[in-house]
Ligand binder design. Structure first.
Ligand code: SGN
Ligand code: CA
Length: 505
């Protein structure tokens, strides 16, 4: 009897020791949104006040001005995040691939080391998640209103509400139910502000008093840039009055599809707002530039209004951490699966290696490690996330991982983890007609190789031409720079084992 009591006491001491050790590991929350343009975020310089909670988060942690994705499109970006490997290695090159979730995704290793792991919301990798104690995901792109979710049992349930709220509700529910003795890793995958930019009804009209300035290169003529001229993602030609901008009189209207998901209250508020806009629009009888600029204004109003709910829900999550005494021991990472064009070059969408799409927002709050208010100009790539999280959790980084841990940089603002970033986009032929390309971005230059269907190079000096309007490739003056960048690019392709790219060098 006495022996049993002693054994129980000994076991409970050991158990408490393990629990204490686990709890000393930081929790990690990653909020990954879809198509959130850096240009629209206050902490990155936007003056429109759409992101007060994100701006506060940036003040409490670090904001990264040079965070990039390795392949600017949804699925590939998520596959890179999960594996720490480039698309050609993790096997998910474009949105039509199916992710092999049985591969070595880092949440599996976190889990083995004692973390509870969850992915909630947009996933978009075609297969089901692996390496998570809990997941509840949107099918494909998901829906804004009363979205369906696929549970771990494989069944699909429609949940009443607005997608950004519902995804946050599910995340908070999971946090409430978690085992408090273990550290947690949670990914909150928001659909917003993806096309077709459908705001929550409470946010309709919030930017109606704003006249958005046209970006300086809105009327780009794509001179000397073949791929930019070939794309199908312009506000003028590609953006649809019905499908994108909710005008029911347009033959391309999807009104019946998106209204069908709404409940009567939502429908009534939606119609009350857009019907008035449409009446006014039809009265004006716009054409040519006036029509394009009207589209731009409507696009901006819808896009920014959609981000309001996003920011409000980030606030809810941060409040939860505060109220539950979790803030101090939780790393919060805010990022998007890529950037987005808000009229620059006359575009919406992403895909290109040009700055607005290759760049992604990145804000990290890490109490005790990152000093509040830091602004980092160091380059990082989304291939670096997986090793960073493993490193922060004290888990060893497998040698197959291609990214680099950001921990040295998080600890010391002067540290540099990379001198350049690598990029490779594959989805051509495909929606929006952006040619295949790969390339290198250094702190000053960008060299891009378009290949396969059309073969040519582009070179930009980001210091003198931050909007990437002047392709300098082929100019005598830039020959030495081009050659040097080609050498660097070749090295990157070799290091990263990108055999396909090497064939085009
Ligand atoms: C959808 C969109 C495209 C967008 C891709 C990829 N069309 O196909 O505009 O480029 O997703 O976006 S839509 O008609 O369905 O809105 S991603 O974020 O998933 O990569
Ligand atoms: Ca996306």
């Amino acid at each position: 009897m006495r022996k049993t009591a002693f054994l129980l006491l000994a076991l409970s001491i050991i158990g408490a020791g393990v629990a204490a050790q686990q709890c000393s590991k930081p929790n990690i929350v990653v909020i990954i949104t879809d198509d959130h343009a850096v240009q629209s975020i206050g902490a990155y310089g936007s003056k429109l006040g759409a992101t007060p909670n994100l701006d506060r988060l940036a003040k409490q942690g670090a904001i990264f001005n040079k965070a990039f994705v390795a392949n600017s499109i949804c699925g590939p970006s998520r596959a890179t995040l999960l594996t720490g490997k480039y698309s050609h290695i993790n096997g998910f090159r474009d949105n039509h691939d199916k992710f092999d979730a049985s591969q070595d995704v880092f949440p599996k290793r976190l889990r083995e080391s004692g973390f509870q792991t969850a992915w909630i919301g947009k996933w978009h990798l075609l297969s089901y998640p692996q390496g998570f104690d809990y997941w509840n995901i949107l099918p494909g792109q998901g829906q804004y209103y009363n979205p369906s979710f696929i549970s771990m049992k494989g069944d699909t349930t429609r949940i009443e509400g607005y997608c950004t709220d519902v995804t946050t509700d599910l995340s908070l529910d999971w946090l409430d139910r978690r085992d408090e003795a273990k550290p947690f890793f949670l990914v909150v995958g928001q659909k917003a502000p993806h096309r077709t930019w459908m705001p929550d009804t409470q946010d309709l009209g919030k930017f109606d008093n704003v006249t958005f300035p046209l970006p300086a290169n809105f009327y780009d003529n794509y001179d000397n840039r073949i791929a930019a001229a070939m794309q199908d993602m312009s506000i003028e030609k590609t953006m649809k009055l019905g499908y994108d901008l909710k005008m029911k009189s347009d033959p391309d209207s999807l009104a019946s599809a998106f209204l069908a998901r709404m409940n009567p209250v939502q429908k009534q508020k939606w119609n009350a707002y857009y019907d008035l806009i449409e009446r006014d629009f039809l009265k004006q009888g716009l054409s040519n530039k006036n029509l394009t600029e009207w589209k731009f204004q409507r696009y901006m109003k819808d896009y920014y209004s959609t981000t309001l709910s996003l920011d409000r829900n980030i606030g809810r999550l941060m409040d939860y951490l505060d109220k539950n005494d979790l803030t101090k021991n939780t790393i919060v990472v805010y990022t998007s699966d890529q950037g987005f064009y808000l009229g620059e070059h006359g575009w919406f969408d992403k895909r290109f290696m040009y700055e607005e799409s290759m760049r992604t927002p990145l804000i990290i709050r890490y109490p005790g490690v990152i000093k509040a208010g830091r602004v980092s100009e160091q380059m990082i790539s989304n291939v670096d996330f997986a090793p960073t999280f493993l490193d922060a959790a004290g888990v060893s980084i497998p040698k197959e991982i291609q990214g680099k841990s950001m921990m040295p940089l998080l600890k010391d603002p002067k540290a540099q983890i990379r001198k350049s970033v690598y990029y490779h986009f594959y989805e051509y032929p495909g929606e929006h007609s952006v040619l295949r390309h790969f390339g290198i971005r250094t702190s000053r230059y960008k060299l891009i190789r378009f290949y396969n269907h059309k073969n040519f190079w582009e070179l930009y000096d980001l210091q003198t031409d931050p909007q990437e309007m002047k392709n300098l490739y082929g100019q005598k003056k830039y020959e030495a720079i081009s050659n040097d960048l080609k050498e660097q690019l070749k090295k990157l392709c070799e290091e990263n084992k990108d055999e396909e790219a090497l064939k085009w060098l």
